[in-house]
Design a protein around this ligand. Structure first.
Ligand code: IFM
Length: 457
């Protein structure tokens, strides 16, 4: 890799010459039209249509109407100077029953999107699963049914066959930790299970599905495949033995749960403690399936956790202690750029110098409404600046970071928070679908155009 960032004595904010600058979204959060053109419902469609599950009862029925506005959105990406765009495919748009019959009209949407991106000189990066499981598969047990590994691989294969001639970066899953923790342990995300047993099974099947999809890719794909994992470095709230042990459990639960099986072929020892009778060991066959070499690792980073032991909490029996003197985003997440450098160097030390993309990073703020075609969001600009410098610091320390995707291109449906939390570089008026570039979009455009040199000022 061409690398000005690691030259000794170079203190300028500068990224490798071939660094890839992008922004990310996901299907259910932006597309709208979840049942259009023969698409089947997803668990998120059912969840948001269940009273009481989202703020203000918000649903993804319209969201950013990207299903219809995608060409205009790609034009905005071009205006920003994006080099890559990470989107996710809605499984039930392509396979309405989750398996079997392909819905040609659903697939055609992604075909059009990819062509539009390429025509604008933007590299498409596709995530196969960003939480919107086909409802038909959930009726069969969803992530709790071991057969889902084959269902997912069949769906992945359909997508590889359709798009691998044009898509060069693939991600199997987005944030399996959130799927298990929010969807199966706490029940605050679809499918809304609240169980201390289901997360273990879901986690195992997610990893088996990932492994099987990577195997399929090796037989028919020609580019690169990885996975997007959200990481949050854990620091102890005190030097008490209980807090130190809690920090290890929280770290195993959040940071090593998926990376250890992928890179080391086993689970952290802490899991027997964390899930007690709910835990079951990995079989040799599953260990082998999950430990498929991947071409890159996607890291989603937002914040850190300062950890305290709390035996009354759900697994892993810990709580995060709010740092009252630190700045926080509108979601109450502490702003801690140093944590991004820390997780990146930790990955290198623990798993080797795997190529990394930051597949998500960004902040929710209560932005003002557009005035005279502008939205001023200085806090988000500061968040991006701090975190980009943190990425640069990791690159200087020898971590092989290849690219960065801001979360998110557009304000969108922030899952159970509905439209109340805005993460976009671009403001969306959800009543009119008007888009307005925020100051952070202009800032990010400058970062891209100068390859980070403008961070110097
Ligand atoms: O909006 C989500 C995204 O879907 C997954 N990663 C975290 C983002 C902010 O919560």
């Amino acid at each position: 890799m061409t690398d000005t960032a690691t030259e000794p004595g170079n203190t300028k904010p500068w990224f490798p010459a071939d660094f890839l600058w992008g922004a990310a979204t996901s299907a259910y959060q932006i597309e709208g039209s979840p049942l259009a053109d023969g698409a089947g419902p997803s668990i998120w469609h059912h969840f948001t249509h269940t009273p009481g599950q989202t703020t203000d009862g918000d649903t993804g029925d319209i969201a950013c109407d990207h299903y219809h506005c995608y060409a205009d959105d790609v034009a905005l990406m071009r205006l920003l100077g994006l080099q890559a765009y990470r989107f996710s495919v809605s499984w039930s748009r392509v396979l309405p029953e989750g398996r079997g019959r392909v819905n040609a009209k659903g697939l055609a949407f992604y075909d059009r999107l990819v062509d539009e991106l390429l025509a604008a000189g933007i590299q498409p990066a596709a995530t196969l699963y960003h939480w919107d499981l086909p409802a038909a598969l959930d009726h069969l047990g969803g992530w709790l049914n071991p057969d889902i590994a084959h269902w997912f691989a069949d769906y992945a294969e359909a997508m590889f066959r359709a798009l691998d001639d044009r898509v060069q970066l693939w991600m199997t899953l987005n944030e399996p930790w959130v799927i298990c923790d929010a969807g199966y342990l706490h029940g605050v995300h679809a499918p809304g299970h609240k169980s201390v047993f289901d997360p273990v099974l879901a986690s195992r099947n997610l990893m088996r599905a990932h492994g099987e999809a990577v195997c399929r890719y090796r037989t028919i794909g020609n580019h690169r495949i990885g996975i997007a994992i959200n990481l949050e470095p854990k620091y102890p709230a005190s030097n008490r033995e209980a807090d130190l042990a809690a920090t290890q459990r929280a770290d195993a639960y959040m940071n090593r749960q998926f990376l250890d099986p992928i890179f080391l072929g086993n689970y952290p020892d802490e899991f027997r403690d964390i899930f007690a009778e709910g835990w079951f060991d990995l079989t040799a066959d599953d260990a082998q399936l999950i430990r498929q070499p991947i071409d890159f690792l996607g890291i989603n980073y937002y914040s850190r956790g300062v950890t305290r032991d709390d035996p009354s909490a759900l697994p892993p029996g810990t709580i995060s202690v709010r740092q009252s003197d630190a700045p926080h985003t509108d979601l109450g997440w502490e702003i801690f750029p140093q944590g991004l450098t820390d997780v990146l160097t930790w990955i290198k030390d623990r798993y080797g110098n795997v190529p990394i993309y930051i597949t998500e990073n960004g902040a929710a703020y209560n932005d003002p409404a557009p005035t005279n075609g502008a939205v001023d969001d200085p806090d988000r600009v500061a968040y991006y600046r701090g975190h980009l410098l943190a990425v640069l610091e990791a690159i200087r320390k020898g971590v092989d970071v290849r690219g960065y995707f801001a979360w998110s291109l557009l304000d969108n449906l922030e899952w159970a928070y509905g439209f109340s939390k805005r993460f976009g570089l671009i403001h969306v008026d959800f009543a009119t679908q008007a888009r307005t570039l925020k100051s952070s979009a202009h800032f990010y455009g400058d970062v891209i155009r100068s390859n980070g040199a403008c961070l110097n000022t």
